[in-house]
Structure formats: C-alpha cells, structure tokens
Design a protein around this ligand. Structure first.
Ligand SMILES: [Zn+2]
Length: 154
C-alpha cells in the first residue's frame, strides 16, 4: 500500500493523513464495484499543507452557503407555494430544487477537499518500529492474565 499526496499524486513518506468521510467512502464503494480500487493511503504532504488549508476553507464556505441557499430556497420556493395552494407552481419549484440539490452534490464531490488529521504522521520506518513493540506488550498482558486465572483456580 503506497502513501500518496492528494495535491499532486506523488508518493510521500508521511504528512497529514486524510480522514474518511461520506464522499471518500462513496468513491471507494464505486471503485470497488468497478474494480479500480487501489487501496492507497492518501495524505497531504507538509509541502502542500498550506495550499491544502486554503482549499479546505474554500470548500467549507461552499458547503455552508450551499446549505443555507438550499434551505432558503426550500422554504420560499416550496413551503410557501404549498401553503398558498398553487399546485402547478409547486411541481415546477420541486423539480428546480431537485436539480439544484443534484448540482450541489456534484459540486461537492468533484471539488471535494477532505478533512485531514491534525497531527502529521511521520515516515513509515518509525511507524513500523512502534508496531513491532506493541505485540510484546500484549503478550506480557496475556501472561499476567494466565497467572491470575491460575491463582483463581487454586
Ligand atoms: Zn504534496
């Protein structure tokens, strides 16, 4: 499994790990279905981190204003006409709202800038060292448990 930078797609040692969200899970599901899933870990390398933060802020703004706009449109464009009893107008507005929601979702998926973990993950070598230490700790815990069990049986 390779570690790739989200910004330029190059292989990196470490950086800010991209967190899973609904868009990433959806894309992974589609890739799994179409057999194009590569199972790489996606990072933001430290070189591109500032660039990433700007993009993420921009993305959050789009999500925020998009949601506010859709909520306003829903209230003004659908609930009010329903209350006034104008059915043909409601149908047109309903179709318009669905189109707006679809284009909003497309915008969110194609311009997707996922969240990353706050602390950078270091190079692979360090990570494998700490991983090698963990099983020993678990083994010693198991040994303690066995001793305890024996003690209980007596
Ligand atoms: Zn990079």
């Amino acid at each position: 499994m390779a570690r790739l930078c989200l910004i330029d797609g190059k292989e990196v040692d470490g950086g800010y790990r991209v967190m899973d969200d609904y868009v990433i899970r959806a894309l992974r599901w589609i890739k799994g279905k179409t057999g194009t899933l590569k199972n790489n870990e996606i990072f933001i390398c430290e070189e591109h981190y500032e660039d990433y933060l700007k993009k993420r802020k921009h993305y959050e703004k789009i999500m925020y204003y998009g949601a506010v706009f859709l909520a306003l449109f829903f209230v003004l464009g659908i609930i009010l006409p329903i209350l006034s009893g104008n059915i043909s107008r409601v149908l047109v507005l309903f179709a318009t709202t669905i189109l707006l929601v679809i284009s909003f979702v497309i915008l969110l998926v194609f311009g997707h800038v996922p969240k990353v973990e706050e602390k950078p993950t270091r190079a692979v070598k360090k990570a494998s060292k700490s991983a090698a230490k963990k099983p020993k700790k678990r083994a010693s815990k198991r040994a303690v448990k066995k001793k305890v069990r024996r003690g209980v049986k007596k």
